[in-house]
Design a protein around this ligand. Structure first.
Ligand SMILES: Cc1cc2nc3c(=O)[nH]c(=O)nc-3n(C[C@H](O)[C@H](O)[C@H](O)COP(=O)(O)O)c2cc1C
Length: 213
């Protein structure tokens, strides 16, 4: 008898969950908006677990990248995906020698100078400030970050390693390995991996937004 009562109570709880708990007078709950939720919850991740990122996922998020709006759909960008730890270690070694402030070797969780990522996406565009090339790269980058977030991955857009690779002579072989076309410049590197931290949102200034009547 007692068992039957417990079963009935459980059923009641389950049914109330399935069929809506509100009464007719309560306002309907806001529908979930997966896109807005992802935009508001995404954060830059700088620590990652050892778990490698599946190549299918890297391919998918890069495809989301190239589906970003871009000026006249000219697609003036090139994308390279690296998941070789030997590549990250090699560049990190050069960073240690020539720009030690870029690497926190005293950090026990330090893995590499790519914000400890297990994979990274390198994006280049024409080395020409007159076009809309940088805007395209920015839009692609956010698409990549949001797509990655939706697949349970963390990302960090990084200007530092992009600048390092495109200017440091000793790192030249690593830039060459990316095989960008003549006249293209590496603009941004996006760290990708399974997050090993949950940082708080950095504050935003809503005063930057103004309606003009
Ligand atoms: C163009 C660009 C360059 C950035 N460069 C770096 C970088 O070199 N290293 C880094 O750790 N974060 C870098 N960031 C990440 C920003 O620090 C981060 O987006 C910002 O602090 C806001 O934090 P959130 O992404 O968690 O919202 C960069 C972001 C952008 C858009």
């Amino acid at each position: 008898m007692k068992k039957n009562l417990i079963t009935l109570s459980l059923l009641a709880v389950l049914l109330s969950g399935c069929c809506g708990s509100g009464t007719a007078t309560e306002p309907a709950a806001e529908p979930e908006n997966a896109v807005i939720d992802a935009i508001m919850a995404r954060r830059s991740i700088r620590y990652y677990t050892d778990t490698p990122v599946e190549r299918e996922k890297l391919q998918k998020i890069a495809e989301c990248g190239i589906n970003a709006p871009n000026a006249m759909n000219r697609q003036d960008w090139e994308v390279r995906i690296v998941d070789s730890q030997e590549y990250f270690d090699g560049v990190t070694q050069i960073m240690k020698e020539s720009m030690p402030f870029m690497v926190k070797t005293d950090d026990p969780k330090f893995r590499n100078g790519f914000r400890n990522a297990t994979a990274a996406i390198f994006i280049a565009c024409p080395d020409d400030e007159s076009g809309m090339f940088l805007q395209n790269v920015g839009l692609m980058s956010e698409n990549i970050c949001l797509a990655a977030y939706s697949l349970g991955l963390g990302t960090c857009v990084m200007g530092g390693p992009a600048m390092f690779l495109s200017t440091n002579e000793a790192a030249r072989p690593y830039l060459d390995r990316l095989g960008f076309s003549e006249g293209y410049r590496l603009r941004v590197v996006i760290a990708v991996g399974y997050p090993d931290e949950q940082p708080e949102a950095r504050p935003r200034d809503p005063g930057k937004i103004q309606f003009i009547d």
